[in-house]
Write a protein that binds this ligand. Structure first.
Ligand SMILES: *Cc1c(COP(=O)(O)O)cnc(C)c1O
Length: 475
């Protein structure tokens, strides 16, 4: 090894020395002990690595007290910063599972804060002065809004499906069409959930066509349940046939078998009224006579993460009595947010305006175009390098396993910056505080205004201003 490198390795400070640097001027006083020592070791190791790897000797400045203290502080900051961060969604995917799915309506937030920071009647019946049910606060409104006889709420829709199968069909056969054996991102697969519940999957029909007689022929001694799963993230097109829920219900009635539907996205609003694709509504499933229907709280409903189970009283009572419910139960924050969201649905217009998921899905193209144009003029007005924004007629997506074939016409801003690659722009935006998530298409950084919230245009403009002023090398 080269002499200079050896000398520099010898010169590496130890933990005690750096601690002393900091202690003298109380520079590390605000860093927790559990964070400080690993940060110091990290700085020493990084410096050792640089000495060993670089051709030339490292700059002497790296060994200065000021540099070492600053690096320790920077590392400590990174460790103590919150890991779950607010993020700007410029992807145009409204129910984006990786970015937190639905946003709660502002009207819900006060109640959420109060219920989580104060005692509440979570499981206390205020009229009787004794223990009450955790679910009673949302049961009535769920029945009122949907026409269901009874309701139950668990942690998410996957839990709802598991709980229903475990209650209604464990040890027995569940008949499902081959075309409906769905997999939802994050490894929710109907056959796997079925296996966990102890129910036995009996597939009928073919991938593209299933007929009433397929169900009829499969029904036997062992049959416990007929299941319909909404193909919420794909669509089978061409030469197809599926058995409608109403027909499945009449088959079930004839054979005295319960019929369950996993709706997945589960909307209370008929989207076709707003010029979007028709998505089956919860009310329609219940009106068709389904015994049990399950859906997510944080997809098209636009509430907190939950799984909602609706149906007739006898089945819901059995489901409530299953010991698994205790393991799958929701907490008070979820309950507060769910009740607050459901209340908005008493007036559909109000729900469409205030529930962010519904508002974003129904934002008119003219509004989005105006936002994209505003973004273009503000970004192109920034000083520094040449930045070009093109307005592109790309589509937004509903996402989250909902409205699968739906392309929502949108208007996106596609940015190119002289001398900075689209990849570097994307990385800079993703590393920004708060992170800004867009996508790259044809060498441009694409942002869709549909999923931007109030004041987020300002955040984006400021991030670009910083990037143009400093270049992207800083990080
Ligand atoms: C999304 C979805 C699920 C899973 O719901 P989570 O609330 O994410 O657990 C199950 N079934 C269908 C059909 C879905 O679309």
């Amino acid at each position: 090894m080269d002499k200079r490198k050896q000398a520099q390795l010898k010169q590496l400070p130890g933990v005690d020395r750096i601690l002393e640097y900091g202690a003298r001027d109380r520079l590390f006083d605000d860093i927790p002990k559990t964070v400080l020592l690993p940060a110091i070791r990290g700085v020493i190791e990084a410096l050792r690595g640089r000495i060993l790897e670089s051709e030339a000797p490292v700059d002497d400045g790296c060994f200065s007290k000021a540099t070492l203290v600053a690096e320790v502080k920077q590392r400590a900051c990174k460790t103590t910063a919150l890991k779950l961060k607010r993020t700007v969604n410029a992807t145009g995917v409204v129910v984006h599972t990786n970015l937190g799915r639905s946003l709660l309506a502002p009207a819900v937030l006060d109640q959420l804060t109060t219920i989580s920071s104060r005692y509440s009647n979570l499981e206390f019946d205020l009229e009787k002065g004794q223990r009450g049910s955790r679910y009673s606060t949302v049961e009535d409104i769920l029945c009122e809004l949907t026409g269901a006889r009874a309701a139950m709420v668990v942690n998410n829709n996957a839990a709802a499906v598991l709980l229903c199968l475990d209650t209604l069909a464990t040890g027995r056969e569940v008949i499902v069409s081959r075309g409906e054996l769905v997999e939802i991102g994050g490894a929710f697969r109907i056959p796997d959930v079925m296996a966990k519940s102890g129910a036995i999957l009996k597939e009928v029909g073919t991938t593209n066509r299933t007929h009433p007689r397929d169900y009829e022929n499969a029904i036997g001694e062992q049959t416990g349940l007929l299941l319909k799963a909404h193909t919420s993230n794909y669509s089978i097109v061409g030469f197809t046939a599926a058995v409608s829920l109403a027909d499945l219900v009449s088959i079930g009635r004839r054979h005295h078998l319960p019929v369950m539907e996993d709706l997945g996205s589960g909307t209370l609003v008929d989207f076709s009224k707003y010029g979007l694709d028709k998505e089956p509504t919860v009310q329609e499933s219940l009106a068709a006579g389904v015994d049990v229907v399950t859906f997510s709280g944080d997809k098209l409903l636009g509430g907190p993460q939950t799984g909602i189970i609706l149906g007739d009283t006898s089945h819901i009572d059995r489901i409530k009595a299953n010991p698994l419910t205790r393991a799958l139960r929701i907490d008070k924050m979820t309950l507060a947010a769910l009740e607050g969201t459901l209340r908005l649905y008493r007036d559909e217009q109000q729900a469409v305006q205030q529930v962010p998921t519904l508002r974003m899905l129904t934002t008119p193209l003219t509004v989005i175009r105006a936002q994209a144009a505003a973004l273009k003029s503000r970004l192109e007005g920034l000083p520094g390098r040449t930045l070009t924004v093109e307005l592109l007629d790309y589509s937004s997506k509903a996402g989250g396993g909902s409205l699968p074939m739906l392309d929502l016409p949108s208007c996106c801003a596609g940015v190119t910056v002289d001398g900075i690659s689209a990849n570097a722009v994307e990385l800079w935006m993703r590393s920004h505080t708060p992170p800004i998530i867009g996508r790259i298409e044809n060498g441009r950084f694409i942002m869709d205004p549909r999923t931007l919230q109030e004041e987020e245009l300002d955040i984006i403009v400021k991030a670009f201003a910083d990037m143009l002023a400093h270049g992207t090398e800083r990080r």
